[in-house]
Design a protein around this ligand. Structure first.
Ligand code: NFS
Length: 664
C-alpha cells in the first residue's frame, strides 16, 4: 500500500510550523513529520504485546490465547511493558530532581559560586516538609541541610517519602490501605525493573499496583523536589510578559536556542547573553545583539522565571534549525531528537550537548560543570557568536503570540486571595457557584503521528467555551501559548461567560501556564489545597477536574498520568493506548484503578470524545458534591466585556440592554 505523505497543513496546525514544513519539503530536508509518514508504527509493539525481556523472544502475542515461550500471558506482557514505561518516566523526572539537589548542596557549600538561594522563604517551606528544623541557621547552612534531606528522599533505608504528607489526609489513607505508599524514590523504580525481569511478578494487577507506588514516588517525590529546588535556586515564578513561537527568532541578532529540561545551565546562559562584553563581541561579528529562546521544558523553566520567549514545542526543534537563523542549539537532557546532529550539519548551526548523561554522535560536547557554570555558559555563547558570520539565507516565520506565564501555585494563591490572605477560596467558590464548571489539566507532548497542536487547540477551545479553567505544563502549554490563549484578553474572546467573569476579576488568562513537566507537581499541590479548602469534598477524587495529555509520546507522560490517577484524578490520554492489546490491563487501569484509588486512566484518539468524557466527568462530580447544575446563562452580565459590548450599541439600545425597558 502506498504510504500517505501528509501535506504540511495536515501534519501541523501551527502556522509557523506549516511554513517551515513547506520549506523542508521544497529542499528535501527530512523531519520527524516526514519520517513518521515514511514508517508505520509497529502494531504489535504499539499495542503493548511484544515481550522482549529475555532472549527466547521477542515474543509477539498476536493470536487469541497465545503466550510467550515462558508462558507469559498478554496481560502480563502488557502490564510489564507499561510498568517499564513508568519506570523510565519516573526515573527521568526524579534524576533531574536529584541533580538540582546536588546543585543546591554545591551552592550551599560554596563550591558552585554562580548559584545561590534566590527564594529563602521557599527554602524554609521546604525545610518544613523535609523535617529539617529551622533554628537560626544561616541561609547557606539551612540550604545544605535541605539539600541533604532532599537527597535522602531518593534512597533512604526506612520510612516513606516525606512530601506525601502534602496530600489530603483521606488520600494518604487510601495509599496506606492499599500498601502503595512509596518508601523512597529510587527503590520503587528499581523494584519495577526487578518485578518485570523474566520469571518474576506475573500477575498483571499485582504488577500494576506497584506501578502506582513508583509513579507516586515521581509525582510527590522526584518531580515535587525538582520543582521546589528549582524555585529555591532560581526563584518562585510570578507572571511575566513574553512571546511564543518561532517568530521570536531574530534576523539581525545571534540566536541561541536552549532545549531540554534542566534550568541549571540555561539560567547561566540567559545571564551570559546579557554580558556587555559578549554583546560587544556579537556586534563585532555584525550582529545587533544576542537573542535567546527555548524549546521543550528548558524553555518552560526559563520562561516561567526569566520570561525567555518560547521558540516552540517538541515537534518544532528541527524546524527551528530549518529557519537557518539559529547559531547554536544548546541541549541538556530528555526529548532531544538525535536527528538534530545531522540536520544542524546542513546549516550553520552548532549543536552543543552539555550533559554528562546525554551525548549525541556528531554534536559538539561541552560538558557542564556547576562549579564553573558561568565560565562554561560564556564559552558556549562565544561559540554561538562565532557562527553568526556563517549564516546564510534565513526563513523566520512571522508568527508569534503574546503570553503571560508564571503561575506557580504560590502566585495563584496570591492572585486569587491577595497578599495578606493568599487563598484558593475564590477558586473553590467559583467552582461551587458554577462560574467555573470545573478544571482541566492539559499537559504532555507532541507526537509526530498526530497533527501537531491540533488536538490541543481543539480541546482547549472547547473547554474554555464551556467555562472550564485550564491549567497547563510542558509542550501542551506551549501549544496554548502559541494559540494566544495565555493572555487575560483571551478570556474575552474564547471563554464562556462565567469563566470570563473570574478571569476579569482576578486579571488572569483563562489558560494558566504552570511550568515544565516536573511542575505537574504544582498541579498536585493546587488540587490538594482545593480539596482541603472546603466545599469541594475532602479528597482529590472529589474535585470536578480532569487531567489529559492529548498528544502524548514520552514515557514521562505515562508516569505523570499514572501518578495523577494514583492521586485520585480521572486522566484521558490521546493518541494510542500502550496496552491496547490487553483487555485485562485496559480494564485494570480504568475500572480497576477507579475502584482502588478513585482515579482512572483511559486512552482515546478522538478529540471530541476527550471533551465529551471530560465534561461528563466534571458534571458527575458536581452532582456528587451537590453543587448547582452548570448553567452559563446565569453569568456574564457584568464586567468590562459586557460594558465593551454595550459601548458598541447606539445609546438608547445600550440603556435598554443594560437596564431593560423600565416602562414595561
Ligand atoms: Ni514533558 Fe518536557 Fe514536551 Fe513531552 Fe518532552 S518536553 S518533560 S515529555 S515532549 S511535554
Amino acid at each position: 500500500m502506498a504510504k500517505k505523505i501528509r501535506l504540511p497543513e495536515e501534519a501541523s496546525q501551527d502556522e509557523a510550523s506549516i511554513a517551515l514544513l513547506k520549506l523542508a519539503a521544497e529542499k528535501g530536508i527530512e523531519t520527524a513529520f516526514s519520517r513518521a509518514d515514511a514508517m508505520a508504527a509497529c502494531p504489535i509493539g504499539s499495542d503493548g504485546i511484544c515481550c522482549k525481556v529475555c532472549s527466547m523472544g521477542p515474543c509477539r502475542l498476536v493470536k487469541e490465547g497465545q503466550t510467550g515461550i515462558c508462558g507469559a500471558t498478554v496481560g502480563t506482557v502488557a502490564a510489564r511493558n507499561f510498568a517499564r514505561m513508568v519506570a523510565a518516566g519516573a526515573a527521568s523526572h526524579s534524576d533531574h530532581g536529584r541533580d538540582l539537589a546536588y546543585t543546591l548542596l554545591a551552592a550551599a557549600e560554596g563550591h558552585a559560586p554562580d548559584y545561590k538561594v534566590r527564594d529563602p522563604a521557599k527554602l524554609k517551606e521546604m525545610a518544613g516538609y523535609l523535617d529539617v528544623k529551622v533554628d537560626g541557621q544561616t541561609t547557606e547552612e539551612l540550604a545544605r541541610e535541605v539539600a541533604l534531606a532532599a537527597l535522602a528522599e531518593f534512597g533512604k533505608p526506612q520510612g516513606e517519602i516525606l512530601n506525601l504528607k502534602r496530600a489530603p489526609a483521606k488520600r494518604q489513607e487510601v495509599w496506606r490501605k492499599l500498601g502503595i505508599t512509596p518508601r523512597n524514590i529510587d527503590r520503587e523504580i528499581v523494584e519495577i525493573m526487578h518485578r518485570t525481569h523474566v520469571g518474576n511478578d506475573q500477575d498483571a494487577e499485582h504488577i500494576l499496583d506497584h506501578v502506582l507506588r513508583a509513579a507516586l514516588g515521581d509525582g510527590w517525590g522526584g518531580s515535587m523536589l525538582a520543582t521546589d529546588l528549582s524555585d529555591v535556586l532560581f526563584g518562585t515564578p510570578g507572571p511575566v510578559f513574553t512571546e511564543a513561537n518561532l517568530g521570536v527568532l531574530k534576523d539581525d541578532e545571534v540566536n541561541i536556542i536552549i532545549h531540554g529540561h534542566e534550568p541549571t545551565l540555561s539560567e547561566m546562559i540567559v545571564a551570559a547573553t546579557q554580558d556587555p562584553e559578549l554583546i560587544e563581541y556579537a556586534k563585532s561579528k555584525g550582529a545587533k545583539g544576542i537573542n535567546i529562546a527555548g524549546i521543550c521544558c528548558t524553555a518552560n523553566e526559563t520562561l516561567m522565571r526569566q520570561g525567555v520567549p518560547l521558540a516552540g514545542n517538541f515537534l518544532q526543534q528541527e524546524l527551528a534549525i530549518i529557519t537557518g537563523s539559529v547559531e547554536a542549539m544548546v541541549v541538556d537532557i530528555q526529548c532531544i531528537m538525535q536527528s538534530l546532529a545531522v540536520l544542524s550539519d546542513q546549516f550553520h548551526t552548532l549543536l552543543i550537548t552539555t550533559s554528562p548523561k546525554a551525548k549525541i554522535t556528531g554534536a559538539t560536547h561541552i560538558e557542564f560543570d556547576e562549579h564553573r557554570a558561568m565560565e562554561i555558559a560564556k564559552e558556549i555563547v562565544r561559540k554561538a557568536v562565532d557562527r553568526f558570520p556563517e549564516r546564510g539565507k534565513t526563513a523566520i516565520p512571522d508568527h508569534r503570540a503574546n503570553m503571560i506565564p508564571g503561575f506557580s501555585h504560590e502566585y495563584i494563591n496570591y492572585a486569587l486571595g491577595g497578599y495578606y490572605r493568599g487563598s484558593l477560596r475564590p477558586l473553590n467558590d467559583a467552582i461551587m457557584s458554577g462560574r467555573i464548571r470545573g478544571v482541566v489539566a492539559n499537559i504532555g507532548c507532541n507526537n509526530a503521528r498526530v497533527c501537531h497542536d491540533e488536538v490541543f487547540r481543539y480541546v482547549v477551545t472547547e473547554f474554555l467555551k464551556n467555562d472550564v479553567l485550564v491549567v497547563e505544563t510542558g509542550c501542551g502549554a506551549i501549544a496554548s501559548a502559541k494559540q494566544g490563549y495565555m493572555t487575560p484578553e483571551a478570556a474575552f474572546e474564547v471563554a464562556g461567560p462565567g469563566l470570563r467573569e473570574v478571569c476579569e476579576t482576578a486579571g488572569i488568562p483563562p489558560v494558566l501556564h504552570l511550568g515544565s513537566c516536573v511542575d505537574n507537581s504544582r498541579i498536585l499541590t493546587v488540587l490538594a489545597q482545593v480539596a482541603t479548602e472546603g466545599g469541594l469534598g475532602e479528597d482529590i477524587c472529589d474535585i470536578p477536574a480532569v487531567g489529559m495529555a492529548p498528544e502524548w509520546m514520552s514515557e514521562k507522560a505515562i508516569s505523570i498520568a499514572t501518578y495523577c490517577v494514583a492521586s485520585g484524578a480521572y486522566v484521558i490520554m490521546g493518541h494510542s493506548s500502550p496496552v491496547e492489546g490487553s483487555e485485562e490491563v485496559t480494564r485494570i487501569i480504568s475500572d480497576g484503578w477507579e475502584e482502588k484509588v478513585g482515579g482512572r486512566l483511559e486512552f482515546t484518539n478522538d478529540p471530541e470524545e476527550i471533551v465529551r468524557r471530560s465534561l461528563a466527568h466534571i458534571d458527575k462530580k458536581r452532582a456528587e458534591l451537590g453543587l448547582p447544575e452548570y448553567d452559563p446563562t446565569k453569568w456574564g452580565k457584568s464586567g468590562d466585556w459586557r460594558i465593551n459590548q454595550l459601548l458598541e450599541l447606539p445609546f438608547t439600545e445600550r440603556i435598554e440592554a443594560a437596564y431593560g425597558n423600565q416602562a414595561e
